[in-house]
Design a protein around this ligand. Sequence first.
Ligand SMILES: Cc1cc2nc3c(=O)[nH]c(=O)nc-3n(C[C@H](O)[C@H](O)[C@H](O)COP(=O)(O)OP(=O)(O)OC[C@H]3O[C@@H](n4cnc5c(N)ncnc54)[C@H](O)[C@@H]3O)c2cc1C
Length: 423
Amino acid sequence: MTVNRRQFLGAATVGIAGLYAPALVGQAKPRLVVVGGGPGGATVSKYVARDSQGAINVTLVEPEANFVTCFHSNLYLGGYKKFDEITHSYDALTKKYGVNHARKRAVRIDRDAKVVHLDDHSTLSYDRLAIAPGIDLKYDSVPGWGKEFETVMPHAWKAGPQTQILHKRLMEVPDGGVIVMIAPPNPYRCPPGPYERVSMMAHVLKTTGRGKCRIIVLDPKESFSKQGLFQAGWEKYYPGMVEWLGPKIHDGIKSVDPKTNTVVTGFETYKNCALVNVIPAQMAGQIAQEAKLAAPGGYCAIDAASMKSAADPNIYIIGDASIAGDMPKSAFAANSQAKVAANSIRGELTGSRVFPAKYTNTCWSLIDTDDAVKVGGAYEPKDGKISATETYISKVDESADLRKQTQGENMGWYSGIVADMFS
Ligand SMILES: Cc1cc2nc3c(=O)[nH]c(=O)nc-3n(C[C@H](O)[C@H](O)[C@H](O)COP(=O)(O)OP(=O)(O)OC[C@H]3O[C@@H](n4cnc5c(N)ncnc54)[C@H](O)[C@@H]3O)c2cc1C
């Protein structure tokens, strides 16, 4: 192909504009404020700061000094990981990439003035805002339970102290004790998460001489992610230990009583449980609700091509808080969405080239030592939503070698993705 002078100059202009042209002409450095330092927020902060090479001022609003990952918190419960190994610092974001870390909580967003109000009464102005606050729990979704009872009946659906409480309580369950897990209704963070947790609980009980314990899963859903794979695994490794009851069997979760560790369903009352793990219904983090970015279902609608809020062109919504079409709420998904958002934000603020959005996700689950399964896919914007272009799932009858290899991928994925987010 020959290129004439006019085409060459045109291409060169695009190239130079792609690198240097500031979209917000006449202003000092454009400002990106990011709310939430989980997989979504940490990734978008890092990628915008790193790839704009100082051309965009990036401030991450996150009250915590470290981030504890929910992903692989089940492996911590199962004894495969230490708590330190799922805890990550923001140091590289600040020291290596120049991200400002405001250790505050965002309490209000003034969308007209483009200002975020923080809990110390200070404010941050933005040109673009990325919100990745994860989920908040619907404390009133399980009758009798509430925030004041989350120590007695832990959820451990936000990692940190809750994860450690659940771990401690699990270690105290006596042989023969009954554990009840109340699983969440859709849509919720990490579709296979509750069932991987059941596997890890059973593994730890079995390997510490408590094989007479029973884990009863009361599910509001008729079916669940990787159901055939999990149920075959429970049968194989933990016979008689796990009972999964769907709504037609338990006839509704009527109430819990944290004082007596009792769970009442339409079918049966479980008294004096050794442990009750309540995973309630969920919604986008409070700040997204407060800013009126959430739809009636509790999550935030986005533009599938950019992760931009459907309600506000200056705001991006990343990760669990978003309505991401066919993508599940996962750390892998949040990381993938953050890269699409970072590319779009840099394009808007510096004129750099914006590539078509492509997303990926895989969720691995460990059932027992060296036996992991996975589900995943590739996704693109189609008809206004993020749609799967390819999907895959492990098979019930696959070989032990393949399961072991899948667990190898799982461990490798964790190391790779936390490095991509935090180092
Ligand atoms: C048991 C379990 C197992 C899981 N396993 C996997 C797995 O194997 N693979 C996988 O991909 N995913 C897994 N997940 C899901 C994954 O953890 C979440 O999907 C992911 O963390 C979502 O990232 P996020 O950035 O959207 O939100 P989050 O991780 O929740 O991060 C949100 C951050 O925002 C901060 N924040 C909230 N509100 C404010 C505010 N107002 N101001 C400032 N900061 C705020 C919070 O402090 C938090 O640090 C699992 C989840 C659970 C519960």
